[in-house]
Design a protein around this ligand. Structure first.
Ligand code: ADP
Ligand code: MG
Ligand code: ZN
Length: 475
């Protein structure tokens, strides 16, 4: 009966060394108001100068989403007053943004594909931060003037799942291109969700509500769900026109509800006009050629992983979902004799399960080189797969190389036939009754003999060798 309509606006903080229009550093965690200068403090007479690195990163994104990259774009002033914006306007791109008409193809759980159109992406300056501390509010302008790329879709998504699929894809691409940290908790990937509903079959767009302040994929999903429920209920109760208006609402994670924050301004309220202090942003042919060189993207990498490593569709997807993971895997594969199967399970099952709390692939105590060597020792049968897990546990806790750990834990597999043969003989001699029963047809007892030999070797005997020897000896 109702159809959900969603359009997304994502603000990506670009990881440039310096700010958009001045040479202040963009780094975090500095003392408040120290990364500032007359330009980003908007002191009278200070002039902005465009940071070329920002154009470079914008072109990379435009290339990745098959967009038109405008060789000439320009900046506009968007007027609004807020304490964290000392100029009382934001420099952004309104009339002629740098990127237009791109698209991202998403894949849904059921395997179906869908194209989401990206209407435009524009460069703009971030504001500072208001810090509310009891009765007083403070302003920190370290972030003021940090470059953002605002990436805006057409209202093409029809469910929370589609919105999340788009966001995850975009997030992954930003990380692959390495143009931003895209950390939702730290605010370097900020999502505004525009939601409306309409009767199924209706082509018209109804009133949209913009929901802000959501800092995880899980909460975005939840925010869409509760906002759709609110609008649907209003419609069904005949209160749609009364209760649903174009406004900005805040998502409350604790109460899981959206609350009105402010009425949504129309473009006219911002009095956009061309920024008089800046020249056009020009991208020459040389720059275009250089900037549009981009690394292998998730889809291409997945296709390559499928053929090069013979991985399953699922494993290839998991391994290429994040660039850190893909790189980790390929470093492991570069070690001697490592099979994709061992590398994949050590990485995606064993290591990931052990990375808890603050730990992740970039600060893991066992790095890709080490885990690759461990995989190599499993694949050349120095140790068993089971022993590999023990070695990994040890390496997570101790600063040791792989071979010393194997030595220390005494997990080297015995493949020396003579030693294993002696153990088999011992077990056979010690259990004459069982040998008789086995020979008399109780074949199930074979497992007993294997178990005894493995036990005698403290798990270090190569099970394949044990099996072969016992079969020969017991007849
Ligand atoms: P603003 O800049 O004022 O936020 P835009 O026109 O740029 O407004 O649109 C913002 C976002 O809202 C876009 O992603 C767009 O796709 C989406 N949007 C527009 N109309 C609707 C609607 N009726 N329902 C859901 N999303 C919408
Ligand atoms: Mg907007
Ligand atoms: Zn500055």
């Amino acid at each position: 009966m109702f159809e959900v309509v969603i359009g997304l606006e994502v603000h990506v903080q670009l990881n440039t060394k310096t700010k958009l229009f001045c040479s202040c550093p963009t780094s975090f965690n500095h003392k408040q108001n120290t990364n500032t200068c007359p330009t980003c403090l908007a002191l009278p007479g200070a002039l902005p100068v465009l940071n070329k690195e920002v154009l470079h990163k914008a072109v990379m994104l435009g290339t990745a989403i098959d967009a038109t990259v405008n060789k000439e774009s320009y900046f506009d002033r968007k007027s609004y007053f807020y304490p964290d914006s000392p100029s009382a306007y934001q420099i952004t791109q309104f009339y002629k943004p740098v990127i237009q008409n791109g698209h991202l193809d998403i894949e849904l759980e059921d395997g179906s594909k869908k194209t989401i159109r990206v209407g435009f992406a524009h460069i703009e300056a971030d504001a500072g931060k208001n810090i509310h501390d009891g009765d007083i509010s403070k302003v920190d302008l370290n972030r003021a003037g940090t470059p953002l790329l605002e990436i805006v879709t057409q209202p093409d998504m029809r469910s929370g799942d589609e919105a999340i699929a788009y966001l995850k894809k975009l997030h992954s691409i930003i990380r692959y291109l390495d143009i931003g940290d895209a950390n939702m908790q730290e605010g370097s990937f900020r999502v505004d969700v525009n939601v409306s509903i309409r009767p199924k079959g209706d082509e018209k767009l109804y009133t949209r509500v913009e929901v802000k302040n959501i800092n995880s994929f899980k909460f975005i999903q939840k925010a869409i769900e509760v906002e759709v429920a609110r609008q649907t209920e209003a419609w069904e109760d005949g209160l749609y026109d009364e209760e649903i208006c174009q406004e900005t609402r805040l998502f409350d994670q604790i109460k899981t509800e959206t609350r009105s924050m402010r009425g949504k301004e129309e473009a006219a309220d911002y009095r956009y006009f061309p920024e008089p202090d800046l020249l056009k942003a020009l991208i020459t042919d040389d720059m275009m050629e250089k900037y549009s060189q981009i690394p292998e993207l998730p889809e291409a990498k997945k296709a390559r992983f499928l053929t090069q490593y013979g991985l399953s569709e699922y494993n290839a997807s998991v391994l290429t979902s994040a660039i850190e993971m893909a790189n980790f895997f390929e470093t492991m594969m570069s070690k001697d004799g490592v099979t994709a199967k061992t590398a994949n399970s050590l990485l995606t099952v064993e290591l990931l399960a052990r990375l808890k709390g603050e730990l992740n692939l970039t600060n893991s105590p066992v790095d890709a080189d080490k885990l690759g060597i461990l995989a190599s020792r499993i694949d050349d049968k120095t140790i068993s797969g089971k022993a590999g897990k023990e070695v990994l546990d040890y390496l997570m806790q101790n600063d040791s190389d792989v071979d010393s750990a194997i030595e220390k834990l005494g997990l080297k597999q015995v493949t020396d036939t003579g030693a294993i043969e002696a153990m088999c003989d011992e077990i056979i001699v010690a259990n004459p009754d069982k040998v008789e029963q086995y020979k008399g047809g109780k074949e199930k007892l074979f497992g007993f003999f294997v178990g005894q030999v493995m036990k005698a070797s403290k798990g270090s005997a190569n099970p394949q060798v044990v099996n072969e020897l016992l079969k020969a000896k017991l007849g």
